[in-house]
Design a protein around this ligand. Structure first.
Ligand code: GAL
Length: 414
């Protein structure tokens, strides 16, 4: 009798639990070593709050595959609870009428007070929070294997002229200078850093934020394109199609000396047990020390009917913005917290530098959105500009002048 009672009690508790436990399906594309470690922290915290985590991971750096998968799900009326959506495309999804509000959580927790406006503005649709930010990635980094540079007696470059001297010295010493992944989003990631370094902040803003035709097709852009194409002889024959994290592995394993990539690459170095300042260096891409291309990851919430699912979304929103999550996630991800009220003492020198530079560039005007990572253009425009950059990189017969005209035409895509 006693056992039966206990048994019944256990069953009813389990039932109550299963009614309460919300299943939270989250779409992301964090599948590389460092990314997966960072994503695992979110799953752990959500499960700790009694939610059931349903992982909707779609591999493919930069998230293009993930966005295709998301469209299919939303169009069929079956969206996930949340998806990793960033920048202006949050507004595009808002316009579709499919996003749900997390404004009550944001108000209760005072998000407006702990997020800089450059972050919080993007998270709101018609004044209401519909997305929660998790980090700030810096894109204009150059990752360096110092041992290989030493072998070639080459200097860590701070200007483009120095970069090409270093690359030539490495090549002469039989060392692969540049680890490169030839995919449209990666081409544009590198191109964007070249544009910032060669053209400067005002040029960058005019070209990629204001989409000014004369700037996109003008002489500075031609110089940017020529500089970008000069990188190609320093890449290897197998670069086409290579995933970014495999390129990072080349720097980690001493197969190549440098890579241009955002600081999600740092997540790979750390996951491989490498120490910044010793095994690898993070330096601003040539000519960009006073600028910061920001890329903010965030999760937008979809409108769901089920009350337990909505509770799960609110838990997710609260978790994403919690100081504990923002710290542990970003220690693994390579980025810095989106909240500006957190201590940075657990972060390494790259993270600390990023946080200092983020604040300094915000104050002095060098803070620019990474268009290659969805922070500046509408998605259709961005796709067209990607294509122009990639076509130029791959077609050795195309002149920089023609490519500049193509860029200006692509930027008109709506
Ligand atoms: C970026 C994204 C990062 C990282 C990277 C590689 O666009 O913001 O979080 O995942 O792509 O996939």
């Amino acid at each position: 009798m006693r056992n039966l009672k206990l048994g019944l009690l256990a069953t009813s508790m389990a039932l109550a639990f299963s009614v309460q436990a919300a299943e939270v399906e989250v779409l992301h594309y964090w599948t590389s070593g460092g990314e997966a470690k960072a994503a695992a922290e979110l799953k752990k915290m959500m499960e700790g709050k009694g939610n059931k985590w349903k992982d909707f991971a779609v591999a493919g750096g930069g998230g293009e595959n993930a966005m295709t998968a998301l469209k299919t799900r939303v169009v069929s009326g079956n969206p996930p609870a949340a998806a990793q959506i960033k920048g202006p495309s949050i507004q595009e999804w808002g316009d579709e009428g499919v996003l749900g509000s997390i404004d009550a959580v944001a108000k209760k927790e005072g998000w407006d007070k702990v997020l800089p406006p450059v972050v919080s503005n993007v998270m709101k649709y018609k004044g209401q929070y519909v997305a929660a930010p998790v980090n700030v990635h810096r894109v204009n980094w150059l990752w360096v294997n110092p041992e290989l540079l030493k072998k070639a007696n080459a200097k860590v470059p701070t200007t483009w002229d120095e970069f090409f001297v270093t690359a030539a010295a490495l090549q002469k010493a039989g060392i692969q200078p540049l680890a490169y992944g030839g995919q449209p989003w990666q081409d544009s990631t590198v191109f964007e850093s070249v544009a910032l370094g060669v053209g400067g902040v005002d040029f960058y803003k005019k070209a990629f934020v204001q989409l000014d035709s004369a700037t996109l097709s003008g002489p500075t852009m031609i110089k940017v394109l020529e500089t970008y194409k000069k990188l190609k002889p320093f890449t290897d024959k197998n670069a086409a199609g290579r995933e970014w994290n495999l390129a990072t592995s080349m720097v980690i394993n001493g197969k190549a000396a440098m890579q241009f990539m955002g600081d999600w690459a740092k997540g790979e170095f750390l996951a491989a047990g490498k120490v910044p300042g010793k095994d690898f260096l993070c330096v601003a891409a040539p000519g960009t020390a006073n600028a910061f291309t920001f890329n903010i990851d965030s999760f937008a919430m979809f409108k769901l009917k089920d009350a337990s699912a909505v509770k799960g979304q609110n838990d997710l929103a609260s978790t994403l913005m919690s100081p504990a999550f923002q710290e542990v996630f970003n220690l693994n991800k390579g980025s810095i917290p989106a909240r500006t009220d957190l201590a940075m003492d657990k972060f390494d020198e790259c993270g600390k530098k990023s946080a200092v530079d983020f604040k300094a560039t915000a104050a002095k005007g060098g803070l620019v959105p990474s268009w290659a990572h969805g922070m500046a253009m509408k998605s259709a425009t961005q796709g067209a500009v990607y294509d122009a950059v990639t076509q130029f990189w791959n077609d050795d017969k195309m002149s920089a002048k023609d490519a500049a005209m193509k860029l200006a035409a692509a930027a008109k895509t709506k």
